[in-house]
Ligand binder design. Structure first.
Ligand code: TXA
Ligand code: MG
Length: 324
């Protein structure tokens, strides 16, 4: 057991990481649970603290493209173009790993996931370290990702020594994950950069191949991003009809449904998808901790960040269409 401290002491954070300990770090997407990405003991601590299955690989976080070059065999031209436009930022690149990247990071895959996060404090930390930081989202495996230091504390208190205070995460959704195949950009996870944005800067084809749509082992990716309470994703009024007498939590885009005996979160009254994305996980957590019986989330517009929001809600929902 650790006494978990929240603070802004980067010297302390650096020291702990150099000792092989874990530190939660703020990023623009969600908070990460970071450890030395070259130290197998630190990596094992990450899996243990999150209770995460070891076949689920980790993203390596670096402070610059120069640092990125060290951990990969090659960076294709189209990837360089994306880096130029979007990094530091909410996008992760799957690239052929160099020999120095431990197998435990990639879960045996020949590709490593790399990201340059756009948070000034974490960039400063990364640029002061001699090693990359392995960092999954800083939540117990399967639960909603944390977008504040308090969220991290709620999930990992006692399991890690230090959480760096970095305010609330601006984007609020995890990074978009892209790979490169046959001169195409392959989007493996929808996230903070939209497909439309990627298409706008690429001169090559962009295809969607979501990893969780094709799990390699049955049950592997059940109940991701899930609230403890039942969450239904769909038409709010239709789902209401199934739930007479229940106290309802509502997650909507810009419509206020004015339903009695409910707690309602309208994520962006002026219809901004990025504002809605940044408030989504906090609203899910608040409703989960409230006294509602069921959470109803509506379909968001199927465009831009709306696609990423719908992806998270679909995976949190019951029945989860990705369950096998
Ligand atoms: O925004 C983010 O990406 C956050 C912040 C902390 O950077 N991190 C994050 O990590 O969401 P995590 O571990 O919760 O999700 C990373 C996803 C997992 O679904 C994992 O399977 C996939 O990336 N991934 C990591 N390395 C991979 C690899 N080598 N090949 C395929 N998928 C990989
Ligand atoms: Mg995660």
């Amino acid at each position: 057991m650790y006494t978990t401290e929240i603070g802004s002491d980067l010297v302390k954070a650096k020291y702990l990481l150099e000792q092989g300990e874990l530190v939660a770090i703020p990023t623009e997407t969600v908070y990460g649970l970071a450890g030395n990405g070259l130290d197998s003991n630190a990596i094992a601590k990450i899996y243990a603290a999150k209770n995460r299955p070891q076949f689920n690989p980790l993203i390596l976080h670096v402070g610059s493209i120069e640092q990125m070059e060290k951990w990969v065999e090659v960076i294709p031209d189209v990837c360089r173009l994306l880096i130029q436009h979007f990094s530091p930022g909410p996008i992760t690149y799957l690239l052929p790993k160099s020999d120095q990247v431990p197998e435990l990071i990639t879960a045996g895959s020949s590709r490593v996931a790399l990201r340059i996060p756009a948070h000034p404090v974490t960039l400063q930390l990364l640029n002061s370290l001699e090693f990359p930081l392995a960092a999954p989202s800083a939540n117990p495996s399967g639960y909603v990702s944390p977008v504040s230091s308090q969220h991290v504390f709620q999930g990992l208190n006692g399991k890690i020594p230090y959480i760096i205070e970095g305010g609330s995460c601006k984007i609020g959704l995890e990074s978009t994950i892209v790979g490169f195949q046959d001169n195409k950009v392959v989007v493996h996870r929808l996230g903070g950069i939209s497909i439309e944005e990627i298409k706008a800067v690429c001169n090559t084809e962009v295809v969607l191949q979501l990893a969780h749509a094709q799990p390699t082992a049955p049950g592997q990716l059940k109940s991701h991003y899930a609230t403890k309470k039942l969450l239904l994703h769909g038409d709010i009024k239709e789902n209401m009809l199934l739930l007479t007498g229940k106290k309802i939590g509502i997650l909507s885009f810009n419509t206020n449904y004015h339903i009695s005996n409910s707690i309602e979160y309208v994520l962006s009254t002026n219809g901004s998808l990025s504002e809605a994305a940044s408030g989504l996980f906090s609203a899910m957590r608040s409703l989960d901790q409230s006294d509602v019986d069921v959470i109803l989330a509506e379909f968001f517009p199927d465009e831009g960040l709306g696609k990423s929001i719908n992806d998270r809600l679909a995976r949190a929902a019951y029945p989860n269409k990705y369950d096998r």
